[in-house]
Design a binder for this molecule. Structure first.
Ligand SMILES: [Zn+2]
Length: 114
């Protein structure tokens, strides 16, 4: 990979990482109790609340996984192994990195890992 490509990849990754961390921090915050106990609170409202919290947990997990992947890609940039597959040591196709700059596996290894 050329130097400008690496600089651009790092910029994109850091931007996404900051955005993900912000969203994760937002989800981790406990719900505001006052807001939930306002006017119009009826029996059954708690159910919707529980469901929306479960959805949040799922979203939170996938956000954390994305954040982990991005952290790994940034570590690879530092190590000088960016663009090299973590599993087989082969090159990761530039097209794959352009579409998903957080890739730490080549397309073959990513398929095998699924
Ligand atoms: Zn590989």
């Amino acid at each position: 990979m050329t130097e400008p490509d690496l600089v651009e990849a790092e910029r994109v990754l850091r931007e996404r990482q900051a955005e993900l961390r912000e969203r994760i921090a937002g989800l981790a915050r406990p719900p505001e109790r006052g807001a939930l106990l306002g006017f119009g609170k009826r029996i059954g409202d708690g159910t919707t609340e529980a469901i929306s919290r479960l959805t949040d947990v799922g979203v939170g997990i996938s956000l954390e996984l994305s954040e982990e992947r991005i952290s790994r890609a940034l570590a690879k940039l530092e190590e000088g192994t960016y663009g090299v597959c973590d599993a087989c040591g082969g090159p990761i196709a530039p097209g794959r990195l352009a579409a998903a700059p957080e890739s730490a596996l080549c397309i073959e290894c990513a398929r095998r890992a699924q």
